[in-house]
Design a protein around this ligand. Structure first.
Ligand code: ZN
Ligand code: ZN
Length: 282
């Protein structure tokens, strides 16, 4: 289903999500627009390293190795600031402050976009300038996302998604943001929080501590919302959301995640942490 139709469908069912879904749609559309004309350098892999890295459990590349189209990232950053300005008063105030800092050349945006991989660095800068520690990193990271996803697409053919079976991404080594059930047999995949790659894992498996014991792995879901469940691990006390794409059909995982934030709140109330928080909560 087309993104905007699915958003309309969700909005009808969950009225409380209206504002955030409007914002989501605008950001996604701006990112899609950029993707069409993106110019990124090819990623060169040393063939002789490839096999060895995989064998030793290392990802193909590191987060900072993704080539970025900086010019288009800057343009996208400006577009996203404009979208944020119209989204709600808090975002508008943040964007006003960001523009002021940029106008006074107190931040080098180009450099910062390149450093976007270092989340703590961006948070630190936000803190230094009295900016919201979620909004600013969100804007920075969303601006480079199209480049990163294009880099991942380049590397897709180098890997077999069915055989890695680890809790972190075989492309870039990042943790997963979501888990997805697909195909008739309900194969389980993880979605990389950084580059968007999907790879297979066992049905009974905690990607954060490698726990495979049935008695310490369970899940919760809300009545009438069976396609969405929260997998809880009693060993590391962390959780990951699992979306059953066999029931809801093709859709954008980040959208389905955003539209079920209430489940994350439930899991948090029960004392389980989400290692990769949903970036859209600002
Ligand atoms: Zn990745
Ligand atoms: Zn665990």
């Amino acid at each position: 289903m087309e993104l905007k139709n699915r958003i309309q469908q969700i909005k009808k069912k969950r009225s409380g999500y209206g504002e955030i879904l409007d914002f989501y749609q605008k950001v996604k559309e701006a990112q899609a627009k950029v993707k069409a004309s993106l110019k990124i350098d090819p990623i060169h892999l040393k063939k002789e390293w490839k096999g060895l890295l995989a064998k030793e459990g290392f990802s193909l590349i590191q987060k900072e190795d993704f080539p970025l189209d900086i010019e288009s990232s800057i343009k996208l950053f400006q577009t996203l600031c404009q979208i944020g300005k119209d989204a709600n008063p808090h975002m508008a105030e943040q964007v006003r402050k960001i523009n002021e800092i940029l106008a006074n050349k107190r931040i080098d945006l180009k450099k910062l976009l390149k450093e976007g991989v270092k989340e703590q660095r961006i948070e630190q800068i936000a803190d230094e300038f009295g900016l919201d520690k979620k909004v600013f990193p969100f804007l920075i990271q969303s601006s480079t996302k199209p480049s990163i996803e294009a880099g991942m697409e380049q590397l897709r053919s180098e890997l077999d998604p069915e055989t890695w079976l680890k809790g972190y991404c075989p492309v870039c080594g990042s943790l997963p943001s979501l888990s997805l059930l697909k195909e008739e047999t309900g194969k389980r995949y993880l979605l990389c929080s950084y580059c968007g790659y999907q790879w297979r894992i066992d049905r009974l498996f905690c990607p954060f501590c490698n726990n495979k014991e049935q008695e310490s792995l369970h899940y919760l879901y809300a009545e009438g919302e069976e396609p969405y469940r929260i997998d809880l691990c009693d060993k590391c006390h962390q959780h990951i959301k699992t979306i059953d794409f066999r029931i809801i059909g093709e859709s954008e995982p980040s959208l389905e995640d955003l539209a079920t934030l209430h489940l994350d709140i439930l899991a948090t109330q029960k004392g389980y942490k989400r290692p990769v928080p949903n970036p859209w909560i600002t």
